[in-house]
Design a protein around this ligand. Sequence first.
Ligand SMILES: [Zn+2]
Ligand SMILES: [Zn+2]
Length: 171
Amino acid sequence: MPAGGELKLDVQLEDVGDGVLVTAQVTAPLVGECARCLDEFSARTHVRFREMFAAAAGGSGDDGYLLDGDLLDLEPALRDALVLDLPLSPLCRPDCAGLCSRCGIKLADAEPGHAHPGDGGVWAVLKDLFGPEESEPTGDDRVADPESGGNGRPEDTSLTGTSRPEGSKER
Ligand SMILES: [Zn+2]
Ligand SMILES: [Zn+2]
């Protein structure tokens, strides 16, 4: 609850002999942090409670409230009722999309279909483009081979592989 928030109270008091039965309806402003997107948001909560305020201790069970002489302090009962009413995981709205798990941006503020490259998208395409060039077997292999370079006919040896013409090797 924000400090200085305005409460709307509708209280009904009933004298029941050894105490006062209080029936109250309260509308209170709330400020909370969304459990998904961590945004601060405000809302209003509406609670009703009915509590017995006993004139003397022990008059209405263990967890009852007490009258302070002629005064009735609603605050403890009101606080209890509001706390019970608060959700454990408040959301700024029921369908809050929360935050992106990779960059932490609020998905509600991000572009539609917000996603990140690197999950097999753009980078996988680049790898396909550059991969074959790196593992190209022709070219450098032919020049670096001392046998094929020495016999003066590198084209034939590289194309035919191990089954090169016998004549060139014998010479
Ligand atoms: Zn949210
Ligand atoms: Zn993201």
